[in-house]
Write a protein that binds this ligand. Sequence first.
Ligand code: RIB
Length: 327
Amino acid sequence: MKSVVVFGSLNMDLVTRCDRFPQPGETLVGRDFTTVPGGKGANQAVAAARLGVPTELVGRVGQDDLGRSLLAGLQQAGVGCDGVTVDRDSASGVAAIAVDGRGENQIVIVPGANGQVETADVQRLATYLPQAGVLLLQLEVPLPAVVSAAQIAHSMGVRVILDPAPAQALPTDLFPLLHCITPNQVEAGQLVGFPVGDRASAQQAGEVLVKRGVAIAIVKLGEQGAIAVTADQVWVQPAFSVPVVDTVAAGDAFNGGLAMAMVQGQPLPDALRWATAIAALSVTQAGAQPSMPTRSAVEAFLADPPPTIATSSNQALIYGNSSIRLS
Ligand code: RIB
């Protein structure tokens, strides 16, 4: 089986749970504090590995306890970490995360070693690409390295999936290198320059991204599900109704699942359904990497799925709990 290769960040998440988020200048008493392995790159790698697909991660940690702990957790999850360099001159990346009583989150990251990722790391990445079916990218390592990684993967015929998070402006020549881009609604709005809040605007955003050269634009809409746009088709996958504990890394769960499904050759509607199920299972558990489900958990979930969430916007687009073709 071809592998999933992830080029991206590793963070230790410093997570406080509180009933609500503080106002600017306000001090709140939280409920608890935990340190949890995270980072969008590492989370996506764990998501794919737990689904049983060979997975390699390329990135950097600092030469510190946090870095050692991150690597140990990844190895335990089955992620190949030979591509992760220990950077002697930087601290490991951290993310300060607040989770409120509804499971929503606010995140501030300090990149540390992730911010030092550069050409040497892309050269290391290239050694993993001959075995790769998909390269997963995010934007928590410097953009020039992300663009170089996409260029080299594209030139070797490896499909590139970019999660454009955290949002930033992207060079126009990056889009044609992408098989798939997966913004959430905030990121989609920033990429296309108009607000994205419902399925209609998400579809319009997807069409703009496809015109820029991406083969598949998937906009992740949280409880409104996900919408996938290609040059000639639009697919909608409603979200599954599950009890929400913590939404941290739900998008990463989606992307790890999408990569697994693409490596295994699933058609796009099936891949969307799997990715949405994996994201749904992840929000039922606390933390980033600990919340990524196993393949057997996803299969059991999809064998007897909960109802999907009806949304107030674009009700007419909802036809049931499988993805639907609109045109
Ligand atoms: O996507 C969630 C992740 O964002 C967290 O694990 C945190 O580390 C930040 O990278």
